[in-house]
Design a protein around this ligand. Structure first.
Ligand SMILES: Nc1ncnc2c1ncn2[C@@H]1O[C@H](COP(=O)(O)OP(=O)(O)OP(=O)(O)O)[C@@H](O)[C@H]1O
Ligand SMILES: [Mg+2]
Length: 599
């Protein structure tokens, strides 16, 4: 490789290597170490030495071995063929490595990020092709669309002029035909060859033209999220939760059902078997909108607990770079990172090996900076090409002992705007998703309100009423604990009863229920509206003097809590039928007490 600066390994401490003789190399340059040419990255430059973190197992590496800087930063290859692939943290295709080495990870094994033997049908942009054919001078602007290839049935990969182009005018545009990822799509007057695939340094955000406000919700189909704590397209969310409270299940449910076009799933330091679940389950899953395999719009990045920690550290930046690439084509991309705590532990281990001064709980002082560098790459933008695209980031956090006061949860809170706190008591009671309606919050609720009000004008009102009711229930529950429910007057006991209906019939959603695993927006709001409607009518009856038992014994009460599974997403008429019946039976009750009042 040209431009290589060579040095020698001086000290090895696990994944951290010190080398001398690399003066002139740049910070974050990629380095190849030893005979196996293990990949590493310069993470610190001191006077005579470079500190290198290596992404592969360096057992057997010896002092004195060659360390050669490639003179370029760690970069991802972006182009057709990403979709459906499973990568490790530095974009090595895992399936290729499996096949090649049989073992899990052969240090130094390469495997190209994109398969160059694969041909794609390139279709030049018709307008541009016409202009070039007519001899017009067309400037090569960042983001300009040169053409496209159909990457999968669900995704069309646009071939664009890279953001860091040297400019000039287009002197050549490839015609329609079968090309591989390294083939040239266009040439410029400044001598630049633009191939189907481009490289981008993973630690640097890809530019957009303009930031747009996050006023479109990322609809997940989970009611507690969409109605109570909504996430926007381009927004950021954290799912903190103790061991086994449902972080992974929630992320899987969102990955399967949310209305993003592209899913990037980063399995970060979790147990190997959890990742195996994703690897076996996702290809089987159907995309609810296209009926095709979910893998056609998914990229998986797997760095399980048995893989090198440095690759785990970089995996989230690789993931977000791939996400920005599809965002730039005008897609809505959702990233799931499971778990950012395991990622922070990798950071801590590397920092310890570098003998850095530890901050809170042994984490390096730059933990918040690194977290920010990840979450700040989320956003809804006008792309350089003029499209609208977004990257949403959902990070799971696994605080030790479920204690949210620890550093990773606390720092994460500074950079996210949606907090879905998983509650141990709810999980123990098998109330799933165990998202606490007391500790969670979303700062996007006002922004997405206009969108939801087009679905149903009652969205904000019902939402507020329900949240208020649950707060009242929480206060009453304290009293009940002290003196028992019988001491409460009927109107307060009604609050407890409706809160139960809200929990069972609205907030709980079983990922294994055929109907209720996903809930369409219209059904979400209507269900809530019906429950709040029931509350208003019941409250009125009690005011008129009806005893609570008259209300609790109404058959509609139980049916109300079961509507979520009894009414299918595409048969919402069932909700209207129910409303009719509810109105009849409650108006009857109301009338009978009104007439008593008259007497
Ligand atoms: N939405 C849900 N619907 C039904 N069951 C659920 C749901 N969420 C969680 N569970 C149950 O809880 C179990 C644990 O969930 P999960 O593996 O997602 O937890 P976790 O927080 O990721 O755990 P860990 O801390 O081990 O990573 C699941 O195996 C499942 O039985
Ligand atoms: Mg998990």
């Amino acid at each position: 490789m040209s431009g290589m600066i060579e040095g020698k390994v001086k000290r090895i401490s696990g994944p951290i290597i010190r080398a001398e003789g690399l003066g002139g190399a740049g910070l974050f340059d990629v380095v190849e170490v030893g005979e196996k040419r293990i990949i590493g990255e310069i993470v610190r430059l001191e006077k005579a030495e470079a500190v290198i973190q290596v992404y592969e197992d360096d057992t057997g590496l010896q002092v004195g071995a060659l360390a050669a800087s490639t003179g370029r930063p760690l970069s991802a290859k972006l182009g057709p063929g990403l979709m459906g692939t499973i990568y490790d943290g530095i974009q090595r295709p895992l399936e290729f490595l499996f096949k090649q080495s049989g073992a899990f990870m052969d240090p130094g094994a390469r495997g190209e990020p994109l398969d160059s033997s694969k041909l794609w049908k390139f279709v030049p942009d018709p307008d541009l092709a016409a202009k070039i054919a007519a001899g017009e001078k067309v400037e090569a602007k960042p983001g300009m669309v040169l053409g496209s290839v159909k990457e999968t049935e669900s995704i069309t990969c646009k071939i664009m002029v890279p953001p860091n182009t040297k400019g000039g005018t287009i002197t050549f545009l490839a015609g329609e035909g079968d090309l591989n990822c390294d083939a040239i799509a266009a040439k410029t007057s400044r001598g630049e060859d633009i191939s189907l695939a481009q490289w981008w340094p993973v630690r640097i955000p890809r530019p957009g033209a303009e930031r747009l406000s996050p006023d479109q919700p990322l609809v997940t189909g989970e009611r507690v999220i969409d109605v109570f704590f909504p996430l926007s397209k381009g927004g950021t969310a954290a799912i903190p939760g103790g061991f086994g409270t449902g972080k992974t299940m929630t992320q899987h449910a969102i990955a399967k059902w949310c209305d993003a076009d592209v899913i990037i799933y980063i399995g970060c330091g979790e147990r190997g078997n959890e990742m195996t679940d994703v690897l076996t389950e996702f290809p089987e899953l159907q995309d609810p909108r296209t009926g095709r395999s979910l893998m056609e719009r998914t990229i998986l990045i797997a760095n399980t607990s048995n893989m090198p920690v440095a690759a785990r550290e970089v995996s989230i930046y690789t993931g977000v770079t791939l996400a920005e690439f599809y965002r730039d084509m005008g897609y809505h991309v959702a990233i799931m990172a499971d778990s950012t705590s395991r990622w922070a532990e990798a950071l801590r281990e590397l920092s310890g090996r570098m003998e850095e001064m530890p901050a809170e709980e042994g984490f390096p002082a730059y933990l918040p900076t690194r977290l920010a560098e990840f979450y700040e790459r989320a956003g809804r933008v006008r792309t350089l090409s003029g499209f609208e695209g977004s990257v949403s980031i959902i990070g799971a956090v696994s605080p030790p002992g479920g204690d949210f006061s620890e550093p990773v949860t606390q720092h994460t809170k500074r950079f996210i705007r949606c907090f879905w706190a998983l509650d141990r008591d709810l999980a123990n009671a098998r109330h799933y998703p165990a998202i606490s309606w007391i500790d969670s919050y979303s700062e996007y609720a006002t922004e997405v309100q206009p969108w939801w009000e087009k679905v149903n004008p009652q969205w904000a009102t019902s939402r507020q009423q329900a949240l208020d009711l649950l707060k009242r229930e929480q206060r009453l529950a304290e009293i009940v604990r002290l003196i028992g429910p019988d001491a409460l007057p009927d109107d307060q006991r009604l609050v407890l009863i409706v809160a139960e209906i809200l929990k069972d019939g609205f907030l709980q959603q079983n990922s294994f229920d055929d109907v209720d695993m996903y809930c369409v927006p219209a059904k979400q709001v209507r269900l809530l509206e019906l429950i709040m409607n029931f509350f208003d009518r019941a409250e009125l009856c009690i005011k008129l003097g009806a005893p609570l038992t008259k209300i609790t014994s109404l058959p509609i009460r139980e049916r109300l809590a079961r509507l979520k599974s009894s009414v299918k997403n595409d048969e919402l008429g069932g909700l209207e039928d129910f409303e009719g019946e509810m109105r009849t039976s409650m108006e009857e009750l109301e009338r009978s007490y009104r007439s008593k009042e008259m007497l």
